[in-house]
Structure formats: C-alpha cells, structure tokens
Design a protein around this ligand. Structure first.
Ligand code: NAG
Ligand code: NAG
Length: 228
C-alpha cells in the first residue's frame, strides 16, 4: 500500500520547491522627469520611506543638464545587504558594504530572505526562501549572538544594488519588510548612500506616478515640486 503520508510529504516539498523558484513576470520600470525652475543650484535626491525600524538613505541624486531638466529611469529590483561598521550612518557617512549583495527577489519570491548567524566569531549569511512572505515582502532573520557582536551590525535594502534603506541588526530578529515601492524626492546636501535626514531636508514630496509608472515635475521658485 502506498504510504499517503509519504506522498503528502513529497507533494509538500515539491510545491515548496516550485513556489520558491517561481518567477513572476512583473518588472516595473519607473521614469521621472524633473525640470528645475528654482533659479538656484539644488541637490535633488530620491529616497524611500518604510516604517520606523530604520532610516532612508539617499538612493539617487539628480544632476540636471544645461537645459535644467533631467530624467531618471530605474527598475524595481530589490536586494538585501549587511555590513559591520563602527560608525553610525549619518548624512556625512555613506553605507559602504564590503559584503556581497544578497540577491533576493520579493517580486519573484525566489530567495526573499537572508539569515545572519555567527560562526567561529564571524558573521555569515545565507539566502533563504520563506514561502510565508507575501508578494513584495523581504525577510531578515538573525540568530542568537551577543549584543557585543550586534553593536555594529547593519542591514540595507537595496534597489538596483544601491542601498535605499538602512537598519540596525539585532540578535534573535525576524523582520518582514514591505518593499512596496513608494518613492520620495527632496533637497538635501547628503551624499548618495548616506542618511537622508528628512527633518533637515527641504521640499520633501512623494512622487506621483501615472499608471505607466511615469512622473513629471517642476521645481518652482518657492522650491516646491509640482507634479503634472
Ligand atoms: C537649476 O536651475 C538654475 C537656473 O534656473 C541653475 O542655475 C542651476 O544650476 C540649476 N540646478 C541644477 C542642479 O542644475
Ligand atoms: C535570544 O533568544 C534566546 C532564546 O529565546 C535567549 O536565550 C537569548 O538570551 C536571546 N539573546 C539575546 C541577545 O537577546
């Protein structure tokens, strides 16, 4: 007689395997056109905001050409990265991970999480598939290690391999981050990869995309971003 428990187990693992490798065909390309009518030179930065577990970093800085208008184009392509750094990221300090990007694809649900543990005194990381995470979610898991180790641990969510959001790592963490793309624009002196200090930034506005993920705005004399 065929063991139905065995069949069920086989079915379960096969579907898990299939689920974790499944590709979703949604690739979203975003386009943003900015015209500078401010009359002065400005540093225009793109960033993202999530919850209160970390902080945004300047993801892209726009240099406008001689005609004072410029275009940025990007596709939503997520990753996770970690590093240990003795300095807190600030508007003057860039997140500068030496670590390899952990390619996670919440849009593909293939390797949507990373797990960091300690082995022989060093941090090591593994990519994971967590089938319980919904479309567009990223996971971070850390094992039990002392606070001493965790002191300098940082994670960053990356888009097109560049950090867009940074958070502190702690032991025994199971984080789920909704990486649904919501983009903001603002004026800041901070470098790409450095903390975007929203309270010290000017003209922060959310980018209003059309259904085709395109947006067009003008920076006016009062330093307001006016979207079409
Ligand atoms: C913005 O426009 C002004 C002139 O309107 C120009 O002097 C300035 O350089 C421009 N800024 C950038 C970042 O291109
Ligand atoms: C992590 O969790 C384990 C088991 O619950 C606990 O014994 C340990 O103290 C925790 N470690 C830290 C640093 O919180």
């Amino acid at each position: 007689m065929i063991n139905s428990f065995f069949l069920f187990t086989l079915y379960y693992y096969l579907s898990l395997l299939f689920y974790c490798q499944m590709e979703q065909s949604r690739h979203s390309t975003h386009k943003l056109m900015i015209t500078n009518k401010s009359g002065t030179s400005q540093y225009i930065s793109l960033f993202q905001a999530y919850s209160n577990i970390g902080y945004p970093v300047v993801w892209e800085k726009i240099c406008l050409g001689p005609e004072n208008s410029g275009k940025v184009e990007w596709s939503v392509n997520w990753g996770l990265r970690w590093e240990t750094a003795e300095v807190e990221i600030s508007p003057d300090v860039k997140f500068n991970s030496a670590g390899e990007i952990q390619v996670v694809h919440p849009m593909h649900r293939e390797m949507n999480s990373i797990k960091v543990s300690i082995e022989n005194g060093d941090f090591i990381s593994r990519k994971e598939c967590r089938p319980e995470l919904a479309y567009g979610q990223l996971g971070i898991t850390t094992t039990d290690f002392s606070e001493k180790y965790a002191k300098d641990l940082q994670f960053s969510i990356c888009m097109e391999s560049k950090p867009v959001y940074v958070m502190k790592g702690r032991p025994n963490q199971t984080l789920v981050i909704n990486a649904s793309p919501k983009f903001y624009i603002g004026i800041t002196e901070a470098k790409v990869g450095a903390k975007f200090d929203i309270s010290n930034a000017k003209s922060v506005a959310d980018i209003k995309f059309s259904d085709a993920n395109e947006a067009e705005c003008v920076l006016d004399e009062k330093l307001n971003f006016i979207f079409k």
